[in-house]
Design a protein around this ligand. Structure first.
Ligand code: AMP
Length: 209
């Protein structure tokens, strides 16, 4: 995996260079979660990807960013001023971009990303993940979305998404928008082998009766 710069071609033809990572800010997580976040940072750096994320220095965000930096990745944080002021931001990123609010941050992270990887997290992570899914459903952002299901953290969410499909709130095709891995070491395969997606998704965004 080491030394493979910028080499992942997504099946829809787009080159994956920059990965947005969504992850928990909590400082109270068990080592298993922190360890997986660090492994993700290492894997992304080893694959030659750059990382864009919320700029936090705590929790899984901090663990992922520390490892990505330590293994040579360019790590770009996008942080609202009020979080900067709280001093919960990472202080040693390759690039730190200060924005006005959470909405602007979320928009910039996704706009600057060819793919999304979600580690376990709380409501901030869910909001980011669901925005990516929503825009992908509408063909407005079409990159791979990979959930890292450490310790089965996302099992219930995945069940709920399946329920949403089975009850026709989403179509069967929409379940192809995301993929799930148990270990961070499987993320690159999942990114490269993600189901092809394009702006044509708008044609089937609305579930037909
Ligand atoms: P949560 O999963 O609720 O802990 O929220 C984490 C997500 O929301 C991250 O992916 C960040 O983009 C954003 N976020 C929430 N809290 C912070 C924080 N203290 N510093 C930086 N970003 C944060």
């Amino acid at each position: 995996m080491e030394n493979q710069p910028w080499n992942s071609i997504h099946p829809d033809g787009g080159e994956i260079r920059r990965v947005a990572v969504y992850a928990a800010s909590s400082r109270a997580l068990s080592n298993d979660y922190l360890d997986a976040a660090g492994r993700l940072g290492r894997v992304l750096a080893g694959g030659g990807y750059s990382v864009i994320y919320g700029g936090g220095g705590t929790g899984l965000m901090g663990a992922m960013a520390d490892a990505a930096l330590a293994h040579g990745a360019h790590v770009h944080g996008v942080v609202p001023q009020f979080l900067m002021d709280l001093e919960v931001s990472h202080r040693e990123l390759s690039q730190m971009q200060v924005v006005e609010n959470m909405r602007e941050r979320k928009h910039l992270m996704l706009q600057g990303a060819d793919a999304v990887v979600a580690l376990p997290g709380g409501c901030g992570t869910y909001e980011e993940l669901f925005e990516a899914m929503t825009l992908k459903r509408l063909g407005q952002w079409n990159g791979p979305i990979v959930l890292v299901n450490t310790l089965g953290f996302y099992d219930r969410l995945l069940e709920f998404l399946e329920h949403s499909v089975s009850q026709h709130f989403m179509g069967n095709e929409h379940a192809d928008m995301w993929s799930v891995v148990n270990e961070p070491e499987d993320v690159i395969d999942a990114l490269v082998n993600a189901h092809p997606w394009s702006s044509d998704a708008l044609q089937f965004a609305n579930v037909q009766g």
